[in-house]
Design a protein around this ligand. Sequence first.
Ligand code: SF4
Length: 373
Amino acid sequence: MTTPPLSVPPAAPSAPPSARRTRPLLDVRRIYVEPEAAALPRGQEVLARWPDAERVEVASHWNIPELHGDEANVDRWVRIKTEALVLGVKKSLAARPNGRSSDFIAPSTANGCAMACSYCYVPRRKGYSNPITVFANIERITGYLRRHVARQGVKAEPNQCDPHAWVYDIGENSDCSVDATVSDNVRDLVELFRALPTAKASFATKHVNRDLLDWDPQGRTRVRFSLMPERVSRLVDVRTDKVADRIAAIDDFVEAGYEVHLNLSPVIVHDGWLEDWAELLDQVADGVGPRARAQLAAEVIMLTHNQALHEVNLGWHPKAEQVLWRPDLQEPKRSQTGGWNVRYRTGDKGRYVRALTDLVAERLPECRIRYAF
Ligand code: SF4
């Protein structure tokens, strides 16, 4: 497998002005609000959290053109992500079958993100600044989930998601650790699943929110800390917490009653990538205690990228595209929406996956791989 050199100096990768954080993740000054959301108790709580924020009434959280931002103006996106919040109502509720990381994708209680990872697919759906939209009809969503879990009955066969519980991903379109700073929706979900012995909530995160440590999840919520080697993370994980901080949180989350897994993604291939991953896995092995290691499992997901996102990224963070957009290693695939996605070439991709899973077996043998693709 050929992996041309990573053209970024290891000691000082060039990142956009906003990489990591130069300002707080959230400093809400304006709330775009659907009237129906403002009338609900959760909506009122969110509005009361930022009493000085300007309120702008909107007919639909899906259609607020001024939030989409200029695609090439990252400073404007980051300002919007920091200062704007959308409060809406989730209209259609459905738990979609998944089968990879979770059995079902739960209906969202939020979408959008205050962070800005350059490979993230979330902004492809709702404009590029994509600030957090929080849904106020939480009681309808938790009621739906309770009934959905009851309909599944007891899980008869173990699968890659979990041996016993039906796993519901509650953070497909957002980062729940940040959402929890905006409203009590995530806490309500953790408390809901605590009382559902046949099911489990699950979310991936790149933010460490220690408020979650007081919620007593009783093993019914799985937090998947997303990890990648620090050298590349500093380049592509924009506004997230440092990888070392995520690793340092693992023991505390296990101690607090969470199941903690690793989301090893996206795996980005460049010269020296396996050496970087070996270093990362050693960091985990050294930084995590026996109790956490005994329950550890991971999913491994190789990078996929997208042509439209690549073109936008060239306008604000071209250095990251040097590792994300690699026509010499990738092949195009028509996406369901008609655009072009790219992924590592068939054959090579399988070899990359095997190389990394072998490395996990060698460096972090307690960590079971739930799935890798
Ligand atoms: S933290 Fe997750 S949702 Fe937020 S920008 Fe990064 S990848 Fe996207």
